[in-house]
Design a protein around this ligand. Structure first.
Ligand SMILES: NC(=O)c1ccc[n+]([C@@H]2O[C@H](COP(=O)([O-])OP(=O)(O)OC[C@H]3O[C@@H](n4cnc5c(N)ncnc54)[C@H](O)[C@@H]3O)[C@@H](O)[C@H]2O)c1
Length: 304
């Protein structure tokens, strides 16, 4: 059965998150970690308490970085901090995120912050060598019903805050002649879907911001790139699945197969650790000529 990918939500109440149980065979083995030494470097990851940001923070700690973990979810940051103080082999839920990267060698500093406080966001980025703009949120509604205040908040968190964080990070990066900006965009930075106006607008804007950062940063040794995943197995997507299951009146696993995975050629979801490894690659010496690009991890979605 083929369903529209993003139907209008017919129930305004926030849906309960579901656990995306898919067959074990659909889970790939954790990717081998590329060699990456960020000892002596400071990294900032936004949205670090959950999903992709959590995986990125643990990956950069494993590479030896001092990681400022920014999120508005203080409890989630505390859990992340506990995971980061254990070794990759012992870290339970965190093990797969840091898999292959060996013992966690760096250090994680929880930094509770709501990114709608833009001045605080800019200050938080002062002195960082690596900036991962990851925090994001989703709301699926038809344009004519999209609440303007939600549109504003999503643009603030996913576009204006990255601008302010980049603005705060660049002076130190320029002064030392090295810096890495990685923006977690989306397939929706390159393609539109109906009912996702704020998300698509913010991600398309982030693509532009990333390219300008690349052009201005190049003479100073600063690269800027986007990473563009398709659907990743995270709480953000679990909430969407619950929403669409209720809308269509079908089980959550059928939302995954009949709605989310219709467009990618590879019929599985992306794992957070795969996104974190792409971020690691963009921080590695091997990628020093890669800037202003968008690295798709979408299973072929944008190839069609
Ligand atoms: N999950 C996917 O399928 C997918 C696909 C493509 C791109 N992305 C992007 O990856 C990023 C992370 O998504 P995720 O799936 O890991 O989501 P998630 O919901 O698991 O995590 C997002 C984190 O951002 C934090 N956050 C949200 N608003 C904030 C604010 N105002 N201040 C501080 N922190 C805030 C949340 O507390 C949460 O910890 C987002 O930018 C998202 O657009 C996700």
């Amino acid at each position: 059965m083929s369903l529209p990918a993003n139907p209008p939500a017919t129930h305004p109440a926030a849906p309960a998150a579901v656990h995306l149980a898919t067959p074990a065979a659909a889970h790939p083995a954790a990717p081998a970690a590329i060699p990456l030494d960020l000892s002596g470097r400071t990294a900032l990851v936004t949205g670090a308490a959950s999903g992709i940001g959590r995986a990125c923070a643990l990956r950069l700690v494993a590479a030896g970085a001092q990681v400022r973990a920014v999120d508005r979810d203080a409890d989630g940051l505390a859990a992340l901090h506990a995971a980061a103080t254990r070794t990759g082999a012992e870290s339970g839920a965190g093990a797969e995120e840091a898999a292959g990267a060996g013992p966690l060698a760096g250090e994680l500093q929880p930094h509770p912050l709501d990114l709608t406080d833009l001045d605080a966001a800019e200050r938080a980025a002062d002195g960082v060598d690596v900036l991962v703009n990851n925090a994001g949120l989703q709301l699926v509604r038809p344009l004519h019903e999209f609440p303007p205040e939600d549109f504003e908040t999503m643009l603030t968190v996913m576009l204006t805050a990255p601008f302010r964080l980049i603005r705060g990070a660049l002076p130190h990066m320029y002064a030392q002649g090295w810096g890495r900006v990685v923006n977690i965009s989306s397939v929706h930075g390159l393609r539109a879907s109906a009912y996702k106006s704020a998300y698509v607008a913010a991600k398309h804007g982030l693509e532009g911001l990333s390219k300008v950062t690349a052009l201005e940063g190049a003479p100073h040794g600063v690269t800027s790139n986007c990473v563009n995943p398709g659907y990743v197995r995270t709480p953000l997507v679990e909430r969407q699945v619950a929403d669409q299951a209720a809308t269509h009146g079908i089980p959550a696993d059928r939302v995954v197969t009949d709605v989310l995975l219709t467009r990618p050629a590879i019929k599985r979801m992306v794992e957070p650790a795969e996104v974190a490894e792409a971020v690691a690659y963009l921080c590695a010496p091997q990628s020093s000529m890669i800037t202003g690009t968008s690295l798709s991890l979408d299973g072929g979605w944008t190839a069609s």
